[in-house]
Design a protein around this ligand. Structure first.
Ligand code: ADP
Ligand code: MG
Ligand code: ZN
Length: 636
């Protein structure tokens, strides 16, 4: 069998500095290994190179090998230079070795790799030396001097997307029309900078995309590059932040010098807040490093002229914590807000992501869009994927409405927990609880229609009643708010009605939590309490959107505080007794619903209609009157 020549690295000697350093590094490792071997080889044992070893095998002079990881020890048939045994190192995986050994009739012994105390000390010394050498390289690289650019530490890790590989266009981004309009200008400029330069229009250097995670900021930035057909450098703010001081700044320098070579182009810094936090804030740690990096970004942004055709896009979901210096004119002076999609945008996003998914005829994306308020583009993409997975799991060729509904629940509430076995009591309790919500949701005209009721546990919940808003609402009237509360109390009310005051369950905790907040908002923000009047109690600090942890400052007296608590309690108590009253009146229906839920576990809107009859129409009592009067003014 012919032995193949050892493959040579095609670019030897290395063409550039970088691979030379890697080469040097590998050489050190190799020498170290040989050194170790020299130390550990016993008298009468010969150290062979791997090629020499293969030579001995093909010559039929090897009787036995003992393979332990990369170390191969063995015995010669005939002594070689007075040695009866040998040792060699397997350089890499060699798939041809075993067949070769077998063919040569060598006895093969495999050994488990074990720690050898004699070795480990030597290894530790060699390893320690190598580590020191390595660190020296890195530190020198980090200083950023030209001659010492070791490895790639000071290189920016920005990924370059060439103009011809980026296929993303504005048409792939649904919704966020305002953002697209704003960015259209950037596209225009990148396409025809001379048009703008000719009339001396100043083009923004930096545009900051602001919005919650998953709303499509990255996608928009890519679309801008795609539309303008220019290269696109993308880097995440967190990639600038490294352990070693100076690395981040060096990377920024590298990124900008690289980008200039490719102008016109776009540099996109994702998660700008990772480096762009206000200086002097933040605690300890790599704080100096971040500050240097941020300073370098500021310097670079000041240092170029936007007529060069370089535009910096950045994205963040925390514009409030950014260093003000970043937002000054000449830097990210333009902000584009990317909102969470509304119902129309959600439908459009679903359409985009189902382009490549075969849909069954029963699929109506508008229903899914209506049932997913608060979902971001990323959530919707995830929903479509989950639906496709579910269809595949069930061996369906097309994605059905059922798959989409399933995926919606999974994405919004976590996976079903069918394996969670409920006790008999828990089951009945949950059935009555959900039936209570469902009935009140159904018969109270201002509530959104009940879409589905289930007692299959999901995420943290044991059962769920879903509602489907018919139109996206921007405001809510008091009567509607009250009916919402009555419905939300329906679960607890049904428990009390059927099982007695002493057997109510903890299952109502999230309802209670929700209602308490809701009523507090009614009283303190919406001015819906007659006792307290249209006054705002409490001031919200910080950004009104995006922030999760808003702080409310108390700006009222103790006396008002007590009044608020009383009022909240009173409203909830009234709604609760109203819920009890209504459920008593419809107790037969409540029983029927609970029993059917135990049997079927899931009830759809159609099932409910069958069991409870048609839901009453929404009404806005005086509106019709007003309209009539305006059309036919009563004779005075
Ligand atoms: P962000 O950067 O704001 O966190 P991304 O741009 O990374 O969000 O969005 C994640 C994914 O969600 C995208 O790749 C895209 O598939 C989907 N997505 C988000 N918003 C939209 C949208 N408006 N239209 C279409 N797809 C979207
Ligand atoms: Mg992103
Ligand atoms: Zn409930």
């Amino acid at each position: 069998m012919a032995r193949k020549p050892i493959k040579r690295n095609s670019s030897f000697p290395p063409q550039n500095n970088q691979s030379m350093y890697v080469g040097v590094f590998l050489l050190i490792v190799l020498l170290g290994t040989l050194l170790v071997l020299q130390f550990t080889s016993q008298p009468g044992e010969k150290t062979l190179t791997y090629s020499q070893f293969l030579g001995q095998v093909t010559n039929g002079n090897v009787a036995l090998v003992r393979i332990e990881g990369q170390v191969i020890q063995g015995e010669f048939k005939n002594r070689v230079e007075n040695a009866s045994r040998f040792v060699t190192i397997l350089p890499l995986m060699d798939e041809e070795l075993l067949p070769l050994l077998k063919q040569a009739g060598v006895e093969i012994i495999g050994e488990k790799v074990k720690e050898q105390s004699g070795w480990s000390l030597t290894w530790m010394i060699v390893g320690g030396l190598l580590l020191v050498a390595f660190l020296l390289f890195v530190m020198r690289g980090a200083q950023g001097g030209d001659s010492s650019r070791a490895f790639t530490f000071s290189k920016s890790r920005a990924r370059l997307h060439r103009e011809n590989t980026n296929k993303i266009r504005f048409s792939d981004v649904a919704g966020c029309e305002e953002a697209k309009q704003d960015l259209q200008e950037v596209v225009e400029f990148l396409k025809r900078p001379e048009k703008f330069n000719a009339i001396g229009a100043r083009i923004p250097k930096g545009v900051l995309l602001v919005g919650s995670p998953g709303t499509g900021k990255t996608l928009l930035a890519k679309a801008v590059a795609g539309e303008a057909r220019v290269p696109f450098f993308s880097v995440s703010g967190s990639e600038f932040v490294e352990m070693f001081v100076g690395v981040g700044a060096a990377r920024v320098r590298d990124l900008f010098s690289e980008a200039r070579k490719h102008a016109p182009c776009i540099v996109f810094i994702d998660e700008l807040d990772a480096v762009g936090r206000s200086r002097g804030a933040g605690l300890g740690g790599s704080h100096d490093e971040r500050e240097q990096t941020l300073n370098q970004i500021l310097v670079e942004m000041d240092g170029f002229d936007s007529s060069e055709g370089l535009i910096i896009l950045a994205a963040t979901n925390r514009p409030d914590i950014l260093d003000p210096a970043l937002l000054r004119p000449g830097r990210f002076d333009r902000q584009v807000v990317v909102d969470k999609p509304d119902v129309k945008a959600r439908e459009a996003i679903l359409k985009i992501h189902t382009r490549k998914v075969p849909l069954a005829d029963d699929v109506d994306l508008s229903i899914i869009a209506r049932g997913t308020p608060g979902f971001t583009g990323a959530d919707l993409e995830n929903l479509v994927n989950e639906a496709a997975l579910n269809a595949a799991r069930n061996n369906r060729k097309k994605v059905t409405m059922e798959d989409l509904e399933f995926a919606k629940d999974k994405v919004s509430l976590g996976p079903e927990r069918r394996s969670l076995v409920l006790s008999e009591e828990d089951k009945w309790m949950t059935a009555y609880h959900e039936a209570g919500h469902a009935i009140l949701g159904h018969i109270l005209p201002l509530n959104d229609p009940v879409h589905k009721v289930t007692i299959i546990p999901r995420g943290q919940a044991l059962g769920i009643t879903y509602h489907l808003p018919e139109v996206e609402k921007r405001s809510i009237v008091k009567e509607e708010a009250l009916q919402n509360i009555i419905m939300a109390m329906g679960g607890r009310a049904a428990e009390e009605l059927k099982f007695g005051k002493d057997y109510i369950s903890s299952g109502a905790s999230s309802d209670i939590d929700h209602v308490t907040r809701f009523v507090r908002t009614m009283v303190c923000e919406w001015g819906m309490s007659e006792v307290l009047g249209p006054v705002r109690y409490g001031e919200t600090e910080g950004p009104v959107f995006l922030g999760k942890d808003l702080v409310t400052r108390k700006n009222f007296s103790e006396k008002i505080h007590e009044l608020i608590d009383e009022e909240v309690q009173k409203i909830i108590a009234q709604c609760y007794s109203e819920a009890i009253k209504l459920l008593k009146k419809h107790e037969k229906k409540l029983d029927l619903l609970a029993k059917t839920l135990i049997e079927k576990e899931v009830l759809t809107a159609d099932d409910l209609k069958e069991l409870l009859g048609e839901a009453p129409k929404k009404q806005f009592p005086r509106l019709e009157l007003i309209k009539k009067e305006l059309e036919h003014p009563a004779q005075a």
